[in-house]
Structure formats: structure tokens, C-alpha cells
Design a protein. Structure first.
Length: 193
């Protein structure tokens, strides 16, 4: 049953990743047209980068990505809201389709939320290693401009989606259980003789 569950999980996860990739440009456009692009969002200072600059878990420097900035608070919101929408849909799809869980939805949602926050923090911290080099390579080094920005968006979103993909399957096996249904006669009064 685990292989078939994994295959269903794989198909659903990839479908939700496609949804995420579709929503991201819309979210970037909505938030990118606000002054939030020029407001830095750099939170979670932990150590320093190779060049000696401060390393942040969430590192969205002010300014448009295409102009060498980090997208600011606008890009942070676009990324996180897109991921949140995808994860809410993923929760219900995986729970009902992949694992056919009938256990407490509230308990599963509680543990899912905790896992989501931890995985989001880990994925955000990891993003500091690959985001700037990918954008720099595609926009500046290869001179692809707007196309490079779009390609970098897609690549970073795929990496951002791949991290939870590999972590959530074992978590789902634990939180999405099938609880045996009680017999219809359990709890019913015995007929009078």
C-alpha cells in the first residue's frame, strides 16, 4: 500500500506544484505593483554569508529582483501566500485522496501546521544558498533579463516545493491515519427479550 500511496502522493504533489507555479506570477504581479517591493524583509539573522555579509533565514532585500534587489516584502508575501494556498489544498487532497484518512481532522491539521512552519523555516534558510546564485546566473551572467528572472522564479519555486515534497510523505503516514470504524452495534442497547 505504501508504493501506491507514494505514487498518488507524487501525482497530487506535482499537480499542486504546477498550481503553485501558476499562482506565483500572479502573486508577484499583485504585490510587485506595491511599494512593498522597496521595503526590505530580512528576518532571522544567523551567522554570515561567504562574503561576510549577514545571513538571514528570510532574506528579501529591498528593490526589484530584476534590478539586483531581493524583491522586498512584496516578494516574501508572494512566495509565502502562494506556498500557503498550495499547502492548504495539499492537506485536504492528501488526507482524503492519498491516505483516505478518517482520523481527527483537527489533530491532523495541528500537526500539519507545526510541520509546515518547521519545513518553511528550513526551506527558507536553504533558499539563502541557491536563490542569489540562480538569479545572478540567469539575469546577470547569462544576460537573460526578464526571461532570466522568470526562469529563476520557476527554478527556485521548484526547489522550494521539492523540499517539503520529500519531508511530508513520512509525516503524512503518521498524521493521516485510518481509524477503524466502530461496529454499528457498539453502543446500541441490546434488544429486550
Amino acid at each position: 500500500m505504501t508504493l501506491s500511496q507514494f505514487l498518488v502522493f507524487f501525482v497530487l504533489s506535482n499537480g499542486i506544484t504546477v498550481l503553485q507555479l501558476t499562482l506565483m506570477p500572479l502573486a508577484k504581479w499583485v504585490f510587485g505593483s506595491t511599494p512593498l517591493v522597496d521595503q526590505a524583509f530580512q528576518v532571522g539573522a544567523i551567522g554570515s554569508n561567504v562574503d561576510g555579509s549577514q545571513y538571514y533565514v528570510f532574506d528579501y532585500a529591498a528593490g526589484a529582483l530584476s534590478q539586483g534587489g531581493g524583491g522586498g516584502l512584496a516578494y516574501f508575501l508572494a512566495v509565502q501566500i502562494t506556498i500557503l494556498i498550495a499547502q492548504v489544498i495539499n492537506f485536504f487532497a492528501q488526507r482524503s485522496v492519498t491516505f483516505k484518512s478518517n482520523s481527527s481532522i483537527w489533530r491532523a491539521a495541528f500537526w500539519y501546521a507545526i510541520a509546515y512552519v518547521i519545513i518553511t523555516l528550513v526551506a527558507a534558510a536553504a533558499q539563502g544558498f541557491y536563490k542569489a546564485p540562480i538569479y545572478g546566473l540567469l539575469i546577470d551572467s547569462w544576460g537573460l533579463g526578464g526571461l532570466g528572472k522568470t526562469l529563476a522564479d520557476v527554478i527556485t519555486m521548484i526547489i522550494n516545493a521539492a523540499i517539503p515534497f520529500w519531508v511530508f510523505f513520512p509525516i503524512f503516514k503518521v498524521i493521516f491515519k485510518q481509524v477503524p470504524e466502530e461496529d454499528a452495534t457498539d453502543g446500541a442497547e441490546a434488544p429486550a427479550s
